[in-house]
Structures are given as structure tokens and as C-alpha cells.
Write a protein that binds this ligand. Structure first.
Ligand code: PLP
Length: 490
């Protein structure tokens, strides 16, 4: 390879990696050290970067210093600082030293582990760490890799629900005939993440066969088993085929927890694939006192938790367990000549390419393994408990202020609250809450997001960034109160 200046390019030179790697680690360490100096939510306008960067790629090499200068001056202003201790929006996306080092090692090894043979350690480590986390969650044996079950790392909860939906679809179509696609019905509550809707769109489920069952504050937005039973019975009477239920442990809007055991009973007795989305709250269930929220998981066919949310494992690392790996592989496997090898042909190994949508896959288990080994499960439990304690403190602060109310009871580390209506004016109240959110976020001092519950605009304060301490929560509340007081007296 010749780079135009007469020199041959050496894209992976060990000594350059050592030198630049040190510079980059220093750069990132300094970023973390000064992260509180940045506005949490990026304040740039759409298109800002086009004005700052050239129209085409450079013809000749530039230096790392030049690039890092641009990162400082042009990229960081357009970054929303998810790792800031004052990031309370959406759900957290944890980064940690262990997770970071695991990512680095994975990039360093640069393997693509689609089949066992392409890097046996990648497949086997993934099976082992998924078994480890299954044990921490006290998942039933059937989800472990010993028998016909097992775990796999997906890129996201969206991919997890898509692959199990496809597995369930093909399983039912194998028994009722492939022309029955238009009769297949999917069930979920109206609090289920839009990832399920997207999965249904991709999997060819007819939109009119997606039953989005209404929830309300009487169950704290959990799905009522009676509501599922009624819907299933109606569909059966109409000659339709109920085949998939997605329940939630920790909904995106408000951490609602569906009653898994009762829902699972209905699913099991009707031959419905039962998927549990615990993308956010699954992490908390490694603590014995929160394990109750996944009681009933033994009735599920698949279970998903995002280690990249609240488990100190850098994005992306979504953990999916299934009881019946054959259903997945029957739906997703292909066997072209160019990938054939002895171990796969002899059926001696797991080939994760058949458990996911893409062929290629990174060595993601390394970072989860690093997290589990460098921190240990007891540290992870106290990490989660500390966030829940901080959320309780925030909840208390909110409930002591007569201008605010807690909208749904807090279960984990998300607090849903809002400014109360003045003179019962709900519509004005929604606008006021939107204005409050805008004001708070434009301050740059913290970042929260919102949702709607029963038509009410609700502010969400999700505590879970690795650097968040009590002082950040108190400071956030101070900013919210100041902005609220300004709005109420305007
Ligand atoms: N399910 C729940 C409960 C979530 O909160 C989220 C995202 O926050 C998702 C699914 C989608 O996650 P992903 O980005 O991993 O697809």
C-alpha cells in the first residue's frame, strides 16, 4: 500500500499503536475528568457540523493531534454527554473502565466470530458469561446453555425481540401451514417499547393483528391478565391464531412491571411464545430484594436484558436467553458452502450466526466478562442499590414540594413526576411541563426526558449514570425548582 507521499502505509504498526493508544487513553481520561464542564445536552443547531468540516476526505495523512484538536473544537460541542453524572434522560447507557477495556481488547483482537470455528473463544466465552448472568438472575435451568436453551448477545433489545418473534412465527407456521401468516396475532400492553411494533413490521405480522392492550394508573400501567385473556379468547373465536406475547419488567415510560406468572399461564395454555422485555430493569433483578419482579420468568420462552443500560457494560450488549435454541436456529440459519466447516457439520458447536440477523459479530462477551471479573457481582449489586437509593431521595424531594407530584410509584431508579395543574387546567399543565423540561435542558446543567401517561406529560428522571452522586441529584432538583418557580411566576 502506497500512501501518495512515497511511503508505504502500515495501518497496524505496534509502536504507533502504543504511542497513539496512550494519547487516546489520556484524551478519554481527561474527558471523563472534565465531563462536568460540558453542557449535558448538546446545544448545537441541525447541520452545524457541515459548516465546520471539509467537503471531502483528505488525500494525505493528517496527524492524530490535528484530529484530536478537531474532536475538541468541532465534535465535542455536538456530543450529548451520556456519561455525565447529570444525565437523567431516557435510560442510562453505562460505560465503565472494565467495559471500556473489554471494548478495546475486542477492537484489538479484531475477530469476527460468526461461527465457532472463526474464534472458538468468542462463542464459548459468550455461552459462559451468559450462563453466569443467568445464574445471577436466578433464571430457570432451561435458559442455560447445558440443554436446549442458552444465551446470546444481541446488539439491542430491538434485535432481541425481532429474532424471537421470527422464531415464534416460523414455529407456529410449521405447525399450522405457511399460508396462515395473516391469522397470526401478537399481544402486548400499550406501554411496550416501539421495538415490538418495528419487529412486527419487519416480520410481516399484519398490523390489524397487533393487539395493543390498554393499561392505566389502576395497575400502575401493568398489563392486566384478564385483558390478555379476553383478547386471546376473542381472537380464537374469530378463527385467528394467537402466537406471541411480549411482557415488560420495567417499561420505558414508567418502569411498569407486568405480572409475569399470570400472563405466562395464559400464554402457555394457548401455545403462545412468551417474551419478557426487561431491557432496563433486568439488571436490578440480580439483587435478591428485586428478583421478585421477574418471578414467573419460568413460564417465559425468552428473556432479554440490556447489559449496556445499567450493568456497567459499554454499548452494545443486549442479553437474550431462550429455552429452545432450535426455534431460533430453524428460523435464522443458513448453510452456504463457503461457511461449511467440520465442527459445524458435526453439530458439535454453537454457531451464533444462526441466533441473530447479521452474519458478522464482534467479540462482545469480552467486555461483559471484564465487567463481571473486575467488579464482581456484589459490587454490581451495590452499584444498582446506590442508584435506587438516590432515586428514592429525589422522589422525596419532589413529593415535599406542593408544586409537583409523583405520577407513578417509583420501583427502580426512575422517578416520574410533573408540575401539578393550577386550577385543574390539565392542557395548560402539559404545556407548562414541556416548557419546564425545555428550560431545564437548555440550562445545560442536566438532561431529563419526558413521556405521556394517560394523556399527562410526565418528566422522567432516570438515575443510573456511573458518575452520579448525591450532590448531582440535589443540584438537579435545585435547577428544576428554580426553573419551575420562574415559569409559575411569569
Ligand atoms: N425495551 C425497553 C423496556 C427499553 O427501555 C428500550 C430502550 O430504552 C428498548 C426496549 C429498546 O432498546 P434497544 O435500544 O436496545 O433496542
Amino acid at each position: 500500500m502506497e500512501n501518495g507521499s512515497g511511503k508505504v502505509l502500515k495501518p497496524m504498526d505496534s509502536e504507533q499503536l502504543r504511542e497513539y493508544g496512550h494519547l487516546m487513553v489520556d484524551f478519554i481520561a481527561d474527558y471523563y475528568k472534565t465531563i462536568e464542564d460540558f453542557p449535558v445536552l448538546s446545544q448545537v443547531q441541525p447541520g452545524y457540523l457541515h459548516k465546520l468540516l471539509p467537503d471531502s476526505a483528505p488525500d494525505h495523512p493528517e496527524t492524530l493531534d490535528q484530529v484530536l484538536d478537531d474532536v475538541r473544537a468541532k465534535i465535542l460541542p455536538g456530543v450529548t454527554h451520556w456519561q455525565s453524572p447529570s444525565f437523567f434522560a431516557y435510560y442510562p447507557s453505562n460505560s465503565s473502565v472494565a467495559g471500556f477495556l473489554g471494548e478495546m481488547l475486542s477492537a484489538g483482537l479484531g475477530i469476527v466470530g460468526f461461527s465457532w470455528v472463526t474464534s472458538p473463544a468468542a462463542t464459548e466465552l459468550e455461552m459462559i458469561v451468559l450462563d453466569w448472568v443467568a445464574k445471577l438472575l436466578n433464571l430457570p435451568e432451561q435458559f442455560m446453555s447445558k440443554g436446549n436453551g442458552g444465551g446470546v448477545i444481541q446488539g439491542s433489545a430491538s434485535e432481541a425481540v425481532l429474532v424471537v418473534l421470527i422464531a415464534a412465527r416460523d414455529k407456529v407456521l410449521r405447525s399450522v401451514g405457511k399460508n396462515a401468516l395473516e391469522k397470526l396475532v401478537v399481544y402486548s400492553s400499550d406501554q411496550t417499547h416501539s421495538a415490538l411494533q418495528k419487529a412486527c413490521q419487519i416480520a410481516g405480522i399484519h398490523p390489524e393483528n397487533c393487539r395493543v392492550l390498554t393499561t392505566d394508573s389502576s395497575t400502575n400501567y401493568a398489563l392486566r391478565p384478564e385483558s390478555l385473556q379476553e383478547a386471546v379468547s376473542r381472537d380464537l373465536e374469530a378463527g385467528l391464531i394467537p402466537f406471541f406475547l411480549c411482557a415488560n419488567v420495567g417499561t420505558t415510560s414508567s418502569t411498569a412491571v407486568d405480572p409475569l406468572a399470570a400472563l405466562g399461564k395464559i400464554a402457555n395454555s394457548n401455545g403462545i411464545w412468551f417474551h419478557v422485555d426487561a431491557a432496563y430493569a433486568g439488571s436490578a433483578c440480580i439483587c435478591p430484594e428485586y428478583r421478585q419482579y421477574i418471578d414467573g420468568v419460568e413460564t417465559a420462552d425468552s428473556f432479554n436484558m440490556n447489559a449496556h443500560k445499567w450493568f456497567l457494560t459499554n454499548f452494545d450488549c443486549s442479553l437474550l436467553w431462550v429455552k429452545d435454541q432450535d426455534s431460533l436456529t430453524l428460523a435464522l440459519s443458513t448453510n452456504p458452502e463457503f461457511l461449511k466447516n467440520k465442527a459445524s457439520q458435526a453439530n458439535l458447536v454453537v454457531d451464533y450466526k444462526d441466533w441473530q440477523i447479521p452474519l458478522g459479530r464482534r467479540f462482545r462477551s469480552l467486555k461483559l466478562w471484564m465487567v463481571l471479573r473486575l467488579y464482581g457481582s456484589e459490587t454490581l449489586k451495590s452499584y444498582i442499590r446506590n442508584h435506587i437509593k438516590l432515586a428514592k431521595e429525589f422522589e422525596q424531594l419532589v413529593s415535599q414540594d406542593p408544586n409537583f407530584e409523583i405520577v407513578t410509584p417509583r420501583i427502580f431508579a426512575l422517578v416520574c413526576f410533573r408540575l401539578v395543574p393550577v386550577k385543574d387546567e390539565e392542557k395548560k399543565c402539559n404545556n407548562r411541563n414541556r416548557e419546564l423540561l425545555d428550560a431545564v435542558n437548555s440550562s445545560g446543567k442536566l438532561f431529563m426526558s419526558h413521556t405521556a401517561l394517560s394523556g399527562k406529560i410526565v418528566l422522567r428522571c432516570a438515575i443510573g449514570a456511573p458518575l452520579t452522586e448525591e450532590k448531582h441529584v440535589k443540584e438537579a432538583w435545585k435547577v428544576i425548582q428554580e426553573e419551575a418557580s420562574y415559569l409559575l411566576h411569569k
